[in-house]
Write a protein that binds this ligand. Structure first.
Ligand SMILES: [Zn+2]
Length: 286
């Protein structure tokens, strides 16, 4: 199935692409279960993308309840090779103001209860995750953000926490002492799974608040997050239109073959059922 090569994962506040023409809605079942919602194949000014609302339309899944494996597998199964993910984040630095955009290049995993790999069950594999986001995508996203006049911070570290409650002040200050720039609840395991499935992945973070560390700004509340999300969603859509024009070409980055030499289980010991599942996302190797 080759429906679209560019995937867009919408986070909180971004449940559909306004102004896009819906070509088709695809409800898929994957070997890992059902994705958060139907995938919408959409067209914006002649450019096609597969849109997936991470939390489902109407925001029905908490970050730790999202079936990330099904979401990534479904995108791969319909032909997606590049994912632009959007995520609402809290800022851990004074200079990252609410409504600013952030393109993190590193991540610290503070999640604890989520399946974070397609492998296991008799097929062991380890992919490289030293650089968790696709640098080639970053090379397209930053100039596009500049072109539409967005403030976008680069070179930042993202903390992905378990949630769903927001951080305590002690945690927020601990993450600040680590030098982290922003915090969210969903990029792990999404980015790890995309790498295993050999999909280029980048997350565009939209700052909504100062988490709870700031002495003079109010601590994060869901009302504040929602208000800023509405403004940010408009900016995200402008950026997305330009990205769709510029992506979808030859890749040539390390993501393309990320799983190639990752398998460690000897061939005759590999679990046949697991091989069948993996074949849906990595048909070149299984
Ligand atoms: Zn890549």
């Amino acid at each position: 199935m080759n429906k679209a090569t560019i995937g867009v994962i919408g986070g909180s506040g971004l449940y559909e692409i306004e102004g896009a023409k819906t070509i088709e809605e695809i409800s898929l079942d994957t070997p890992w279960g059902k994705p958060s919602d139907a995938i919408v194949i959409a067209e914006i000014e002649g450019h096609r993308a597969a849109f997936q609302p991470r939390h489902g339309r109407g925001h029905v899944h908490l970050p730790h309840e999202v079936n990330y494996r099904a979401n990534i597998a479904a995108l791969k199964m319909i032909g997606v090779r590049e994912i632009i993910a959007f995520s609402a984040v809290g800022s851990l630095k004074e200079e990252i103001h609410p409504l600013d955009f952030v393109l993190p290049d590193q991540i610290i995993d503070r999640t604890r209860s989520r399946p974070s790999t397609f492998f296991g069950d008799g097929v062991a594999a380890h992919v490289s995750f030293a650089n968790p986001f696709c640098s080639r995508l970053h090379g397209v996203i930053k100039p596009a953000a500049d072109a539409v006049g967005l403030t976008m911070h680069t070179g930042q570290t993202l903390i992905c926490m378990e949630g769903p409650a927001f951080s305590t002040k002690a945690e927020s200050n601990l993450y600040r002492s680590w030098g982290a720039g922003v915090i969210n609840m969903s990029t792990i395991p999404e980015a790890k799974l995309a790498r295993e499935a050999e999909i280029c992945y980048a997350v565009i973070c939209m700052s909504t608040d100062y988490d709870c560390w700031h002495e003079t700004e109010a601590a994060v509340t869901i009302e504040l997050v929602i208000e800023n999300l509405i403004t940010n969603a408009g900016n995200a859509k402008k950026l997305l239109k330009l990205l769709l024009e510029r992506l979808g070409r030859e890749r040539g980055c390390e993501c393309e073959k990320a799983a190639k030499n990752s398998m460690i289980t000897v061939e005759h010991k590999r679990n046949k059922n697991q091989i069948k599942k993996l074949r849906t996302i990595l048909p070149d190797y299984f």
